[in-house]
Design a protein around this ligand. Structure first.
Ligand code: AMP
Length: 367
């Protein structure tokens, strides 16, 4: 556990490395609590910088800019996973970086991440590390087909992944992922995908939101619904898995853990992210304290708020031009809460915003 630190008081400056929508919503939560944010991003027009006090526009490995950034802030965090570890280490020499770069190092790499889950007793789909065509062939022979080949690093929203079915030539699959190291994992015939978002403070106190049930299309999150249609016992196990991972990692901030529910009713961990998560956006409208405020509270050493849920919720991502063009229709529904990220370029599939539909709380087991 990090040595008990004085709270970083309201009025201080929080440095956020990364300028996307997660940084934007975190900066908005920070502003509500009286903080000011300084965004470090390579983008000249970033969603987070629109709502922050100031920004540094520089590449993530610009050590000079990082040092100057660290000198101007009171505490640092990050909202993006593919930041060079060296950059965060450099900032951490000057001021606290929460959560630690050591956690990002695990989460950035699927080999480390899956090894971590297994080491602490959390199950994953059977997997193997692969580094060339021969190790790929061996791995597929061991885990069986269908399997999924994923790059060990820099994959997101299904990028850097390929399904290996009965007819997939392994040679082609290996060329497709274009990576030095990958993992092969057994394809999970899941009944549900869940995520658990745990917040953990400097003092080790933790809270978790109700698990969300997530629906992906082409590996991109389309919808999260709460409550998840699982038995309350499974919800408890899912939260326990998230808490366990957060404790062992000594997370100060947010840890989101994505998992599969198998037909046999087991939970298999898929991946984790040490930052607010897309599948937790519903908390903005449905909870006493949302994931972004919990994040800011944890990073600043404040007490965590209640994660209690007022109502049921369904969060839909607005992807690309077509979805975002529906904004007027969405606003015509008084129980729909619209969130737009202020992005100019609505490329196909780009996350432009989300909408959360609120419904009266049902609170029943729907197995
Ligand atoms: P990931 O980048 O690992 O989160 O994968 C993106 C999505 O692909 C997941 O949310 C699942 O919908 C799907 N997926 C990933 N790995 C597996 C697997 N081993 N079996 C079945 N579906 C998977």
């Amino acid at each position: 556990m990090e040595k008990a630190a004085l709270p970083v008081p309201p009025g201080s400056i929080i440095g956020i490395v990364g300028g996307g929508q997660l940084g934007r919503m975190a900066a908005m939560a920070a502003a509500r609590l009286g903080y000011r944010c300084h965004i470090f991003t390579p983008d000249t027009d970033s969603p987070a910088a629109h709502v922050a006090m100031t920004k540094t526009v520089a590449s993530y490995d610009d050590m000079h800019a990082l040092r100057a950034f660290a000198a101007q802030i009171d505490v640092a965090t990050f909202e993006f996973e593919n930041i060079p570890i060296e950059s965060l280490r450099l900032v951490a020499e000057q001021i606290p970086v929460r959560p630690s770069w050591k956690i990002l190092k695990v989460a950035q790499d699927r080999v480390r991440e899956k090894t971590f889950f297994n080491t602490i007793g959390l199950k994953t789909a059977p997997w193997r590390r692969v580094f060339d065509k021969a190790s790929l062939a061996q791995a597929v022979a061991e885990v069986g087909r269908p399997a999924i080949l994923k790059t060990a690093r820099f994959g997101y929203d299904g990028k850097g992944q390929i399904l290996i079915d009965d007819s997939t030539p392994l040679e082609d699959a290996w060329h497709c992922i274009d990576s030095e190291v990958g993992v092969v994992e057994a394809f999970v015939d899941f009944t549900r995908e869940l995520s658990v978002i745990v917040a953990r403070g400097v003092d080790g106190a933790w809270t978790a939101f109700d698990p969300a049930e997530n629906h992906h299309t082409n590996s991109v999150l389309q919808m999260s619904q709460v409550p998840a249609r699982i038995h309350s016992r499974m919800a408890v196990s899912a939260v326990e898995a998230g808490r366990h991972a957060a404790e062992v990692l000594d997370v100060v901030g947010i840890l989101a853990v994505e998992m599969f529910v198998t037909r046999e009713g087991n939970l298999l961990m898929n991946e984790m992210a040490p930052r607010p998560h897309n599948s937790g956006h519903w908390t903005l409208d449905a909870c006493v304290t949302d994931q972004f405020e919990q994040f800011i509270r944890a990073v600043c050493g404040l007490p965590l708020g209640s994660p209690a849920r007022y109502c049921d919720a369904e969060m839909l991502n607005l992807l690309g031009e077509e979805d975002v063009a529906r904004w007027q229709n969405i606003l015509n529904n008084p129980f729909a809460r619209l969130h737009l990220y202020g992005k100019n370029d609505a490329r196909p599939g780009r996350k432009m915003g989300h909408v959360t539909h609120l419904k009266p709380r049902t609170d029943i087991d729907q197995c």
